[in-house]
Design a protein around this ligand. Structure first.
Ligand SMILES: Cc1ncc(COP(=O)(O)O)c(C=O)c1O
Length: 523
């Protein structure tokens, strides 16, 4: 018998602790994840339906880990939608997807080449697999030195500039990957993140060509790009279409599904050429995902994709046009700099990052002012604010946002301002920390599992020590320092600078971090 939802005998006053979260009262314009924007996408009827799908694996239900009926049908439909050869629903996020993807390809004697800006789940997967790993960015210095010596006029190029500076295409991801693959012949797989948190995308087509020429697999963390499949010419191509072998996507981040709803796809070509065996993915799923995957999350994913397939393309096209216009208007406002987004070649038009550093305004202060006016952003630090737009934002929302931003920037008095060089330094440091891999004393596996004597130590006195934990900015959960890496003097100074000027770093508590006494290296 269906429960009577109006007259539950269990309802009591005051048992909804989460409703006390200020977000629930303040939010007017949602500029953050998840893509169903605080439930606006789901009707009451949808919510009742979703709860009714919450069941274990019964003879009358299907099994998300061994699909036979409904789940198989849905996954087959998703294969068609994304143009994959195999698609698997994940109900515990791309975190699980990345772990499954890596462990289904790598063995203890493999060697992975990976983007330094990968999500922390990749580091934890490597600690379990125990294979060798090199960072793509490890190969930047040699290339930049070659370029500098070949072309004296390029001597001002910093090894960091490739990320933000499109002009210096020579130092692209592509050249570093190619250099890495030519240098380390034992590499079997390459992992990149595209788009990144700011919506910046790599040239996956060319990267896939190079990776495949070297007989390797291309694995793509497309956690932030599940919506590209519904995009028109304003959007980048999907990683699958561009030649990736395995792709992981967080549907919940950019499409209206419940948090953790995610997908793992294998390309038709990877299956045909036997580069990837989907049955290996299924075995690894048993290891990494809960044995009780959620039908509620899977059902929300199915609803989101079905409805987007029906209505999403037109909506994304309208949203991209509107955001293009917003970007133009923002770029003419004195004091506001656009730091990422669709204006950058191949970027996701649905994201806008702003910096106010040139005029000495902390982006965190702007974000707090925006929150007071009901605009809740995805992330902020003193150097930037990141907004994730969605198809539910109206033109009125965008107009109101623009006038709120202008109002905030104009309204700040001199005493509210910060020295612009501090903000510029913070931004440069954050970028450098993500793009210059530090020296490694030991494998991440050894640092996590075999190290004894981890202890906390004052950050300011930790130069030369080995980090035991992971240091990261959260969101997005991209590690600055991996376990087993050395805290050089420069890194200690840079981290201390960030903390002193208002950036919060996970893994540093009361200016102390976890370090290892154990210096037996096995990098
Ligand atoms: C680039 C990237 N990959 C993977 C993840 C993990 O995704 P999920 O939250 O779906 O586990 C995140 C989370 O923020 C991310 O930013």
């Amino acid at each position: 018998m269906k429960p009577n939802l109006e007259t539950s005998p269990f309802a009591t006053d005051g048992d909804r602790a989460f409703s006390k979260m200020p977000l629930w009262h303040q939010e007017k314009v949602v500029l953050h994840m998840p893509g169903h924007i605080s439930g606006h996408f789901f009707s009451c009827d949808d919510c009742n339906y979703l709860i009714s799908t919450d069941t274990t694996e019964l003879s009358l239900s299907d099994n998300l880990h061994n699909p036979q009926g409904t789940v198989l049908e849905i996954q087959n439909w998703m294969q068609e939608l994304y143009g994959s050869g195999f698609s698997q629903i994940l109900t515990t996020g791309s975190t699980t997807g990345i772990q499954v993807m890596l462990s289904s390809c790598l063995r203890p004697d493999s060697h992975l080449l990976l983007d330094r800006r990968c999500h922390m789940s990749a580091a934890y997967a490597l600690s379990l697999i125990g294979c060798q790993y090199s960072f793509i960015q490890d190969f930047s210095t040699a290339i930049s030195q070659n370029i500098a010596s070949d072309r004296p006029e390029s001597s001002t190029i910093s090894p960091l500039s490739y990320l933000m500076d499109e002009e210096h295409g020579d130092l692209s991801m592509l050249s570093m990957i190619e250099h890495g693959l030519c240098t380390r012949k034992d590499i079997s797989d390459v992992l990149i993140t595209s788009p990144d948190y700011f919506g910046r995308c790599e040239d996956i087509t060319r990267i896939a060509e190079i990776v495949h020429q070297h007989g390797c697999r291309l694995l793509v963390d497309e956690a932030h790009g599940a919506h590209f499949v519904f995009g028109d010419d304003n959007f980048p191509d999907t990683a699958l279409k561009s030649g990736a072998d395995i792709v992981v996507q967080s549907v919940h981040k950019t499409l209206p599904a419940l948090t953790m709803a995610s997908l793992l796809h294998v390309s038709c070509e990877a299956i045909k050429s036997k580069r990837v065996n989907p049955s290996r993915i299924l075995s690894m799923l048993q290891i990494f995902e809960t044995s009780s995957p959620s039908f509620v999350i899977a059902a929300s994913l199915q609803m989101a994709l079905r409805r987007m397939d029906k209505f999403g393309r037109a909506q994304f096209s309208i949203a991209a046009e509107r955001l293009h216009a917003l970007r133009d208007r923002l770029s003419s406002v004195p004091g506001i700099d656009l730091i990422s987004g669709g204006a950058v070649k191949n970027g996701d038009p649905m994201r806008i990052g702003l910096s106010f550093a040139r005029v000495g305004i902390s982006a965190s202060q702007v974000a707090i002012e925006l929150e007071r006016r009901g605009f809740i952003v995805e992330m902020h630090s003193p150097s930037y604010v990141l907004m994730l737009f969605n198809i539910f934002n109206t033109q009125d929302d965008l107009d109101a946002l623009l006038s709120a931003l202008k109002d905030i920037v104009d309204g700040l008095s001199d005493s509210d301002r910060v020295d612009p060089t501090i903000l510029a330094h913070s931004e440069a440091i954050a970028r450098a920390l993500y793009t210059r891999p530090p020296e490694r004393a030991m494998h991440v596996r050894q640092a996590i599992f075999q190290s004894e004597n981890a202890r906390t130590h004052k950050l300011s006195e930790s130069a030369g020590m080995i980090s035991s934990g992971m240091l990261l900015l959260y969101p997005p959960g991209i590690p600055i320092l991996w376990p087993g890496e050395i805290l050089s003097e420069a890194i200690v100074t840079q981290l201390s600078y960030l903390i002193e000027h208002g950036t919060s770093i996970d893994g540093i508590v009361e200016k102390s971090i976890w370090v290892l006494d154990n210096t037996n290296s096995n990098a």
